[in-house]
Design a protein around this ligand. Structure first.
Ligand SMILES: CC(C)(COP(=O)(O)OP(=O)(O)OC[C@H]1O[C@@H](n2cnc3c(N)ncnc32)[C@H](O)[C@@H]1OP(=O)(O)O)[C@@H](O)C(=O)NCCC(=O)NCCS
Length: 175
């Protein structure tokens, strides 16, 4: 059964393969607003839409929701499930990674982002997820914190790329 919610004229539903091109355009809009693009828009949208279509067809490990307003795609969120090893103790056997939460500027501030995040978290709970990981931008931290996210106390991260993504505050160096 499709997941549908309505808030301030926004409808959130699962992304489908036919949404791939609109979703790829949103992806370009999101990332190119943060950092200078190194790929031309059309080439990127084609490459990204191909990837997204494949993910949306297989529905594993990636899941996506879109926010629509008057049939226009105005926001999105992506979720990947990460399998843990089988475990003989009482511990859930999946983690999840949330990324690409984006709402077009004209539709921000009305709860669409919160609605998308809630849908992804509902799915995580239904699928027995242990921890949900994500890298916020500084401005979006309050949204995530309102829905229960907090800085980890027991997680180590080792970056292999030369610099952190735009807008992500690097962890402080140990004293
Ligand atoms: C983050 C985002 C999806 C929120 O969408 P929204 O529909 O405005 O969200 P809501 O109305 O449910 O919640 C508002 C919250 O969004 C966040 N927010 C608002 N403007 C934002 C912006 N320009 N960039 C990032 N986050 C923002 C804040 O946490 C805000 O809460 P606050 O009022 O306590 O500060 C949207 O602002 C966006 O697409 N920003 C750019 C992309 C981005 O930074 N995504 C997060 C990646 S980790």
């Amino acid at each position: 059964m499709p997941l549908r919610s309505v808030t301030a004229g926004i409808v959130v539903r699962r992304g489908r393969p036919a949404d791939a091109e609109a979703l790829a355009r949103l992806r370009y809009e999101f990332r190119a607003a943060l950092d200078p693009a190194r790929e031309r828009p059309l080439a990127f949208v084609e490459r990204c839409a191909t990837w997204m279509r494949q993910q949306l067809e297989s529905e594993c490990p990636w899941y996506c929701w879109i926010a629509e307003h008057a049939d226009e795609t105005v926001g999105t969120i992506w979720l990947a499930l990460i399998e843990k090893l089988p475990n003989p103790v009482a511990e859930r056997e999946r983690h999840a990674y949330i990324t690409n939460l984006y709402v077009r500027p004209a539709h921000r501030g009305g709860g669409a982002g919160t609605l998308l995040l809630r849908q992804a978290l509902t799915e995580c709970d239904a699928r027995g997820v242990d921890a949900v990981l994500l890298w916020p931008t500084p401005r979006s931290r309050s949204l995530y914190q309102r829905l229960g996210f907090a800085p980890p106390t027991d997680l180590l991260e080792r970056r292999l790329s030369p610099s952190p993504p735009h807008g992500v505050t690097p962890a402080p160096e140990p004293a």
